[in-house]
Design a protein around this ligand. Structure first.
Ligand code: TRP
Length: 325
């Protein structure tokens, strides 16, 4: 285990899809063996775009954590919930004095979110999204933040806030680095980014039948109309899934698709089977955790305890540096 610490989180979105897995979770599972790791549910962040999301947080948190554990996140890592470590909120408040509103307004990820919400106004707490994220990261003095590309602007703001705090009050925080995931954008069944709101996703917990049904609807090369038409794998979503979940057959599939030997129906059947096989062990583990909710809760409680201890210690240093609080 390295001396460096990683921290990452997700907003509570319930059961995870293959895009969440390829974009983040898979990377967390790998990195946890190299670094001390903290993983948390960013439930306050869920409110920034929709305050009423509060009512779904509990169930969505449970489902998401079951997916984390089923995918292989070790229960010994601190796994916790943001709103159960109140110091995140205190540090967020302190950090909110160390950055200007103009700087926050330049954040491209937030701009995109606001555009998607189709409104001219912005919730005050939404503007502060990266400030809360900075508190999440720095309160554990994380060095590395494994996230998708869209999160890099938030980590950049985190670095600026760390620098500003250290200059103003004295050296307390490290400047964390983003570590991008390699497959950070898995297409959905329709070719857009895979997402819950697009209804184009496959869940980690979908059954073999559900996966087969969904892959059948996937958009392939529009020029390959009949079975024997030559296809163009590079524009085919199913081919992307093969690359991710069935890499050993990729050269053959490319050849047979391009030559017209392989039709889309058979190719999709094979793809669905490979995806189903890939996630079979996770479905089994999910079954186990669904039947042992107390175990999930114990893991969370232990994580919350560790996170609280660490956050408390950092806040003592913060108070000392600021000579107040
Ligand atoms: N913004 C992240 C997302 O939408 C979630 C998040 C909140 C996070 N705080 C964080 C990720 C701190 C990494 C580190 O996915």
């Amino acid at each position: 285990m390295g001396y460096k610490r990683i921290l990452s989180g997700m907003r509570p979105s319930g059961r995870l899809h293959l895009g969440n897995y390829a974009g983040a979770l898979e990377n967390w599972v790998k990195l946890q063996d190299e670094y001390e790791s903290y993983f948390f549910v960013a439930d306050w962040h869920a409110l920034t775009t929709n305050p009423a999301a509060a009512f779904d947080v509990k169930e969505n948190t449970t489902q998401m954590i079951i997916d984390w554990l089923s995918a292989g996140i070790h229960p010994e890592n601190p796994i916790f919930i943001q709103s159960q470590v109140k110091e995140h909120a205190e540090l967020h408040l302190i950090f909110s004095m160390l950055i200007t509103k103009e700087r926050l307004e330049r954040n491209p990820t937030l701009k995109e979110q606001v555009r998607d919400l189709h409104t001219d106004t912005m919730i005050y707490g939404h503007l502060g999204y990266p400030v809360l994220q900075a508190a999440d990261i720095l309160i554990y003095k994380a060095n590395i933040v494994p996230v998708g590309e869209d999160q890099a602007p938030h980590v950049e703001i985190t670095r600026e806030i760390a620098r500003k705090f250290n200059q103003t009050y004295g050296e307390v925080f490290p400047e964390p680095k983003t570590q991008l995931t390699t497959f950070s954008r898995l297409p959905g069944l329709d070719g857009r980014k895979m997402g819950k709101s697009n209804d184009n996703f496959i869940l980690l917990s979908d059954s073999e039948e559900e996966i087969a049904k969904k892959v059948r609807t996937a958009v392939t090369d529009p020029k390959k109309v009949r079975r024997n038409d030559p296809g163009h794998p590079d524009v085919c979503n199913v081919f992307t899934y093969h690359q991710k979940f069935n890499p050993q057959e990729v050269p053959q599939i490319r050849k047979d698709c391009e030559s017209g030997v392989l039709g889309c129906v058979a190719c999709k059947q094979n793809c669905a089977q490979k995806i189903a096989d890939y996630f079979a062990p996770m479905r089994e583990k999910r079954n186990y955790y669904e039947q042992h909710p107390k175990e999930v809760d114990d893991i969370l409680q232990a994580g919350i305890k560790k996170a609280n201890a660490m956050a408390h210690k950092t806040m003592e240093e913060v108070h000392e540096a600021m000579q107040m609080g």
